[in-house]
Design a protein around this ligand. Structure first.
Ligand SMILES: NC(=O)C1=CN([C@@H]2O[C@H](COP(=O)(O)OP(=O)(O)OC[C@H]3O[C@@H](n4cnc5c(N)ncnc54)[C@H](OP(=O)(O)O)[C@@H]3O)[C@@H](O)[C@H]2O)[C@@H](O)CC1
Ligand SMILES: [K+]
Length: 483
């Protein structure tokens, strides 16, 4: 499912018009599609209100009102901001009235079971005008089910910014595709349950949601004559005296997710903890300086991950600089996420910041990051030619070619120490097990989330710990394997 900014929606409308599909027809498609999508949530004994604004969002409300009236629903159509201003909305209102349907006056004493918010869509400019605020306050006092068309009124379409009086919808039916604010913060929490309504425009956008079907299609099944050399010889530089577990979690997830061979460069103390958990790995005990000097050439590692459980030091930075020159896939996590430049090589460089780490990288507040996760991640990925995985609810995965994806799996049980380490391990394995870099990265993120979803299907979200990935992965991976 695709994601469109308000500018892209406007451009799509203009292109459609140029090609002979009028905005009037698109609005008809929108209203009709909305009717079919919303109907299952309504019953004819409910009293419905459609509040339409002066723009085309309001126009969609007018068409929906006609379909609902024709189907026998008890609906009042009102214009709290005044009658439509756009040509197409006016045309649809004319047809609505010609069909014999009335426009009502707002009556604050009337009660409603369902209120459809067709006030503002992608054309909203915040903050909300005073004239709207009084009406929204009344609407909220109604305790009715609230259904928003396209975007809830009072939230931005492209960013996570929310007006203090914004409508919090129970359901939002988005037209043509998702809007970025569906996956940004705090706006996403105002959408309620979201469905996309197709309005007959070709789908085209650089950004979309990665789905279960995508994982199934891109899952690589092993050949019967496979050997360990085919699935990567990874180097994981992780774990310290204070944080040995981070390396154990990354290593066990990498092994479970299919890496061929894995060497962990860590401390003696950490290896005593890692070894019993992941007996499959081998160890190196080099300083960063020693690693730079010799090990790479001797060992022929085909991929590397660095950072879990490590502090950012000058020596670590020198090692990262060295690794960046080795032309192998490289995953940079935790202590290895720092501000630096990146070479434009053919092998992927993957950064996995959480919002706090990304805020330090960009020198922006976490609030600014969360409001603009998609745009900022994409800008960073394109400018630095890296793959940027911005973790958190609706993880954003931005690629250097300007494309990007939203991951919708996962839940609050992942908000615990170690879940990022497990993801780093899974990425290391995935990148070696799939020739398509995008699919490798996206599948690792998707399945990482599915593990926690599977957990909360059976157990409390409070109880998930990152060592559970190891026991969940066999079952979850099996479910994606084609027979
Ligand atoms: N391809 C698609 O997906 C299609 C989408 N379609 C639909 O069109 C919608 C976009 O329609 P749009 O461009 O007319 O803008 P819209 O959201 O109605 O807002 C403009 C109105 O809001 C007003 N207004 C603005 N800010 C305000 C504020 N703070 N407080 C109060 N008022 C404010 C502004 O007032 P003005 O500034 O003009 O006085 C103007 O009247 C889109 O979301 C979808 O529903 C389909 O019908 C066609 C195909
Ligand atoms: K709306």
């Amino acid at each position: 499912m695709y994601i469109y900014t308000s500018e892209q929606i406007k451009a799509a409308d203009q292109l459609a018009e140029k090609r002979g599909m009028s905005t009037f027809s698109l609005m008809e498609n929108a209203g009709c599609g909305l009717y079919h999508a919303i109907c299952p949530y309504l019953s004819t004994n409910q009293k419905l209100l459609i509040a339409s604004g002066k723009g085309n969002n309001g126009g969609d409300g007018i068409v929906l009102a006609r379909y609902l009236k024709m189907a026998g629903f008890e609906v009042d159509l009102i214009f709290p901001l005044g009658e439509p201003k756009t040509g197409v909305a006016k045309q649809h209102l004319h047809y609505y009235e010609q069909c014999g349907f009335p426009v009502e006056e707002w009556n604050p004493n009337q009660t409603y079971d369902v209120i459809v918010d067709a006030l503002l869509g992608v054309g909203a400019i915040l903050p909300l005008q005073e004239s709207l605020v009084e009406w929204i306050k009344w609407m909220k006092s109604m305790k009715a089910t609230i259904i928003s068309i396209d975007v809830p009124t009072g939230i931005s379409s492209n960013s996570g910014v929310v007006d203090q009086n914004a409508i919090k919808a129970d359901y939002t039916f988005s037209l043509h595709g998702y809007k970025p604010s569906r996956f940004l913060f705090p706006s996403s929490h105002f959408y309620g349950q979201v469905e996309v309504v197709d309005i007959g425009l070709p789908q085209k956008s650089n950004w979309r949601v990665w789905t279960e079907k995508d994982v199934q299609k891109s899952w690589v099944k092993r050949e019967t004559n496979a050997h360990k050399g085919l699935f990567g010889t990874g180097l994981l530089i992780a774990g310290s005296h204070e944080m040995p577990g981070s390396a154990a979690l990354a290593a066990s997830s990498a092994m479970r997710f299919g890496i061929g061979k894995l060497t962990v460069n860590t401390t003696q103390h950490a290896s005593a903890i890692i070894g019993p958990i992941v007996p499959e790995v081998t160890f190196l005990y080099h300083t960063y300086e020693e690693l730079v000097r010799s090990e790479w050439k001797n060992r022929r590692f085909t991929c590397a991950a660095i950072g879990p459980g490590l502090d950012p030091t000058d020596d670590l930075e020198k090692l990262v600089t060295y690794l960046l020159k080795q032309n192998v896939p490289l995953i940079l996590d935790a202590g290895a996420i720092q501000s630096r430049s990146y070479p434009r090589g053919e092998k992927p460089i993957i950064l996995t910041p959480h919002p706090g780490e990304f805020s330090r990288l960009l020198q922006l507040s976490t609030k600014e990051i969360q409001e603009n996760r998609i745009e900022l991640a994409s800008e960073y990925a394109v400018t630095h030619h890296v793959i940027l995985i911005l973790k958190g609810e609706y993880t954003v995965i931005a690629f250097p070619d300007g494309t990007g994806y939203i991951n919708t799996t996962g839940n609050a049980s992942l908000a615990k120490g170690g879940s990022g380490d497990a993801l780093t391990g899974m990425l290391l394995a995935s990148i070696e097990g799939n020739d398509c870099v995008k699919a490798a990265v996206l599948n690792a993120v998707y399945i990482h989330g599915v593990c926690s979803d599977e957990w909360v299907r059976k157990y409390s979200e409070h109880t998930f710990v990152s060592s559970d990935f190891s026991s969940l992965l066999p079952m979850i991976c099996k479910s994606f394997e084609k027979e």
